[in-house]
Design a protein around this ligand. Structure first.
Ligand SMILES: NC(=O)c1ncn([C@@H]2O[C@H](COP(=O)(O)O)[C@@H](O)[C@H]2O)c1NC=O
Length: 510
């Protein structure tokens, strides 16, 4: 009996030569509406699914291949006499090849103008059903979901049944990965639509974006995966314009830099080392902002990752090229800036839109589990701010405090950030006690601590941080407040004439 292939694809890339290859090998082809038309136009002999099922395509294509004539032909075990008997009794003919790729759900929902109803119509039902039937019965059926596999299938046609088994098994596994990812994507879309934040189970789907040489360390295997709904302003969407391939650490640091620089509407530059900002600067131009980010900590920026929120121009590029930077990320680079920076082979240039994005769920894996939380997109809310000290901040101090508050959110706890009006001057990150982080930030700031503002990601458990700040000449503090010993800190601040702001919001980052 002639072998039969059912071909029903949304992505028609490579369809014609592949199907012609099947026909040339003596295989009969059955196909659905659009696919059949494409094959006929190319002169590939094909018969319609309706002629096999004896039933027309109905409900705008919602039902075309969902029929026992199709699924019986896919699922019947050729090695079981009763299966063969049953399909014969119902005049069902076996189908030996299934070539299906699905409605483009991911591409559809990626378009901002897509309505909910349009997205629902792009949920493929018949396609996954055929793929799963064929994949279950892979002992007898070859199933192809990815056009990249067309060539290896054509090559396998000359093999005997036994020799075809490993390829069939591999393709079946790929199908179940594919349908699982496809369904997970639909589930995520609908879950988000009903704003269900902590459902009873989560199936996430990310696709392989980039192989990485190694992980955080050379003995760790790693790869970069992308979410199907990644925002245009995300590290996953960055285009690398120049430089060696990105490392695992580069990607994490560039992500951190991008997320901080998004906080600013004025020209801003952020330098990152090991996931913490070592310098953040703002200015009236990107060059000015970058100079400040550099001056914030000239030592730590060496080998750093820098993100800016406006085009890198020649002046900025000149300054950047005088420093060893691993990565520069920007929404664009002027031609002259690109020409200059691409002369340096060790720098990587990344281009990506820099704009505030919708909050995403943040996933943190722990051994044996996954922690899920909303992204911390909280800014400074005027409604929750109070000033418990005798003195309120001056306008200049407010500017510095607001800058510090934007930055401290992105520094590992315990986090203390010292700022003046347009740059960080000291960053104390990741210490196990708050006063320790303050001491580091103050030491780093040196003279510049005089008159600086201090931002703390969480409240002061004791008055010691205010005491330390006062000794260094800090004049204004911003912190959440809420400690049982707030009075101690307020009293110390008043003693030293420090203006202190309570935000009532905490920004821990672990
Ligand atoms: N409903 C069905 O019975 C059905 N059978 C196949 N499809 C899909 O229809 C698409 C191909 O359609 P066409 O050949 O008309 O361009 C494929 O992506 C295939 O997965 C179906 N569509 C959706 O569910």
């Amino acid at each position: 009996m002639k072998k039969r292939a059912l071909v029903s694809v949304s992505d028609k890339a490579g369809l014609i030569p592949f199907t012609q290859g099947l026909v040339d090998a003596g295989i009969e082809v059955i196909s659905t509406g659009g696919t059949k038309r494409a094959l006929e136009e190319a002169g590939v002999p094909v018969q319609s699914v309706d002629s096999v099922t004896g039933f027309p395509e109905i409900l705008d294509g919602r039902v075309k291949t969902l029929h026992p004539m199709i699924h019986g032909g896919l699922l019947a075990r050729r090695d079981k006499a009763d299966h063969v008997e049953q399909i014969n009794e119902h005049q069902i003919k076996p189908i030996d090849y299934v070539v299906v790729n699905l409605y483009p759900f991911a591409e559809t929902i990626a378009k901002p103008e897509t309505t909910f109803a349009e997205a629902i119509e792009q949920i493929d039902i018949g396609g996954p059903s055929m793929l799963r039937s064929a994949a279950k019965n892979h002992a007898d059926v070859t199933v192809i979901v990815d056009p990249n596999d067309y060539d290896s299938v054509l090559d396998s046609l000359k093999l005997d049944e036994e020799a075809k088994q490993p390829l069939r098994k591999r393709l079946a596994a790929k199908v179940f990965r594919h349908t699982a990812a496809y369904d997970a994507m639909i589930a995520a879309y609908l879950t988000e639509a009903v704003e269900e934040k902590t459902p009873e189970s989560i199936t996430i789907t990310y696709s392989h974006k980039q192989a990485l040489r190694y992980g955080e360390n050379p003995h760790q295997k790693a790869a970069f995966y992308e979410k199907s709904t990644s925002s245009p302003s995300s590290i996953a969407k960055a285009t690398q314009l120049h430089g060696k391939e990105l490392s695992f650490n580069n990607i994490q640091d560039a992500n951190a830099a991008l997320e901080i620089v998004k906080e600013f509407t004025e020209p801003a530059a952020v330098a990152i080392k090991h996931m913490n900002p070592c310098g953040v600067g703002t200015g009236s131009t990107i060059a000015e902002a970058f100079n400040r980010a550099y001056e914030a900590d000239e030592k730590s920026i060496f080998g750093g990752i820098v993100a800016v929120n406006e085009e890198v121009d020649l002046v900025t590029a000149e300054k950047m090229s005088g420093i060893f930077l691993e990565v520069v990320l920007a929404p664009s680079f002027s031609e002259e800036a690109k020409e200059l920076l691409t002369k340096k082979k060790n720098i990587r240039l990344l281009q990506v839109a820099v704009e505030q994005t919708k909050a995403e769920s943040k996933l943190v894996s722990v051994h044996g589990g996954l922690l899920v939380q909303d992204e911390d997109l909280y800014g400074l809310d005027e409604a929750t701010i109070t000033v418990p000290t005798k003195r309120t901040p001056t306008e200049e101090e407010w500017t510095a405090l607001k800058l510090g508050w934007k930055v401290v959110k992105h520094v590992k706890s315990n986090a203390i950030v010292l700022t003046n009006g347009d740059m960080t001057v000291g960053v104390g990150a990741g210490q196990m006690n708050r006063v320790g982080s303050a001491a580091i930030a103050i030491e780093q700031a040196g003279e510049r601590a005089q008159g600086a503002a201090l931002a703390s990601d969480a409240f002061f458990p004791y008055g010691d941080t205010v005491e330390t700040a006062a000794k260094a000449g800090i004049t204004a503090i911003i912190q959440p407040g809420g400690s049982v010993r707030d009075e101690e800190s307020i009293q110390k601040a008043d003693e030293h004439g420090i203006a202190m702001v309570f935000t009532a919001v905490r920004h821990f980052k672990h």
